[in-house]
Design a protein around this ligand. Sequence first.
Ligand code: NI
Length: 292
Amino acid sequence: MKRLLLGAGLSVVFLAACQTARTQHEPTVIVVPPDELTRPPSLGPSTSATPEAAPNTAGTAPATYVGVTPAVPASVGVSKKHVYNSVNVDGPYVAMTFDDGPHPELTPKLLNELKKRGIKATFYVVGRNVEQYPDIVKRMADEGHEVANHTWSHPSLPKLGAEGVRKQMHDTTAAIRKACGVTPVTMRPPYGATNAALNRRMAEDYGMKVILWSVDPQDWKYRNATTVYNRIVQNAHPGAIILAHDIHASTIKAMPEVFDTLTAKGYKFVTVSELLAMERAPQLVKKETPAH
Ligand code: NI
């Protein structure tokens, strides 16, 4: 069932389960019931935080929430959605995403492996690491990867006030621009912790789509390259957004074989913005599972 729904590339709801902020990482992805698959686009994103995860913001999403986002470049996505776990596309495209870097040794090793294969990825960088390793961020951009915002210091955004969120986003974008001249158009909230109000704010105030994931190897937990490899390869699907972290040696060790196996299976790697640009119009979404 999980594969079927994920294969359909449709919305999933996540839990901000990792609110124990000491743990580094990302929550469990929970598949929504089939009813959600036919949710009219006019209702906006189906993602929401659980009351336990974000008690201060639960229930604040307006019922008629419509995501008109003039600040977002027209090239990024065809729908009015603000938040994505995966993208409905017409081909075997996937986006590899790497969070929490750059790391001084591991990220350059990963960039070497990507370059050898001509694969483009997306890096959700942490602002304070960008400030420390700007040359690595410049290399990412120079080699065609997407550099995107993962906040300055990796806090749970729903726990911050408006000014705290603004500073996390602004300082990180400024550091990215200084390092490589690029203004990010997507962001990933730490721990996947977000809510409808934050998603809308990211679009309207920062011109950024909120990018979660549909494939999670939990590589922060499984520090074993074979496990990370298996969890990615077994769950990959057309339109997938694959989560990984370029700060773990075991993840970097897994990547060459992940890239080669997925390529052999016919998958093509694109950046998140490229995947969004391939999104099929909502009215063309089918309920059937595409063959893959
Ligand atoms: Ni992270």
